[in-house]
Design a protein around this ligand. Sequence first.
Ligand SMILES: *Cc1c(COP(=O)(O)O)cnc(C)c1O
Length: 396
Amino acid sequence: MSNILKKDAFILPDGVIYLDGNSLGPMPKAVSARVQSMLTDEWGEMLIRGWNGAGWMDQPSRVGDQVARIIGAPQGTVVMGDTLSLKVFQALAAAIKMVPDRRVILSDTGNFPSDLYMAEGLVGLLEQGYELRTVDPEDVLGAVDNTVAVVMLTQVDYRTGRMHDIKAITQAVQSQGAVMLWDLAHSAGAVEVDLAGSKCEFAIGCTYKYLNGGPGAPAFIYVRGDLADTVQPALSGWLGHRKPFDFEMKYKAGAGIERMRVGTPPVIQLTALEVAMELWEDVDMAQLRAASVELQEQFIAQVERDVPSLTLASPRDSAQRGSQVSFRFHEGYAAMQAVIDRGVIGDFRAPDIMRFGFTPMYLDSGDISAAVAIIADVMNNDLWDVDKYKVRSKVT
Ligand SMILES: *Cc1c(COP(=O)(O)O)cnc(C)c1O
């Protein structure tokens, strides 16, 4: 697995074991110099000529192709832009138009709130009798019937790491005549995804988590190739127009996936992401997944052996789990702050989840043992039971 572990390619502060790459990936070393050169040599020297001369205008599709490779999507089917919340809205708006006689958007209670909020906003805006229906993750298959227009799910649950079977659910959804939209926020760069094989219509995801694109890195959207020339982009911005520089009065959707572009791309962020994506070029996702499972299994076994106060919240079967492991503890927030204070960085999700992400590109088995030793010290000696660890910050 020599092309999986690339610790030297990342900036990882001394004394830190980083188990939060599922929330914000660390910075690849190559990013700084390349972004600096983009600023100085491109923006600084080329000024507006950079759009053509430095390839800024094509960057959303160029980086989209880099992302496509690791989610099993053909080249030319993924484009970058905006934030994931906006991509939820964009994909969902296009998806419901494909099933005009139905009014139910089905999701699950394990979905990330922003996805549900965006759906709620769209339903409210349309005022056409749409309904957002949420069921427990285990009940999704049973809830798909011929009233459902679109099923919108996040493959990996942000709290517990529980993972949906993309292929099986997509098949069931399409057999009922509904459209499938997958959110791959916690999948891209974490687990093996075969979008083309799944035949799902839409997929979206972010790039600042496992893909290490940096805070605020743009999201991606995938539209199945045979649909890309007919889907209706509700966010009809000028850069998704067929000929943006003709400045026509009427919107005409662009060719293929290009129509999912909206406005001016964030070139500085895309440059950081483009460099980060170069680390994925020789990565075999099956090998990366195997390495991730190995680290997770080691972590679970050692925590359960050494830290009796923590209760596993993630599925025990690794096949049902993404690339994170969560444990429950009634004072989980304070416990996580105490652990972070000692150099093991994970995060907390209300009400009682301590979450740890596994990223074999920069974590090895020695890191896991060292992290568990610190967690055990904090938990077994009640080192978390200190006032300063109980004050909640804005970001948990
Ligand atoms: C991380 C995450 C988001 C975040 O959306 P942004 O618009 O990028 O802030 C949305 N949905 C899911 C499922 C996520 O995991």
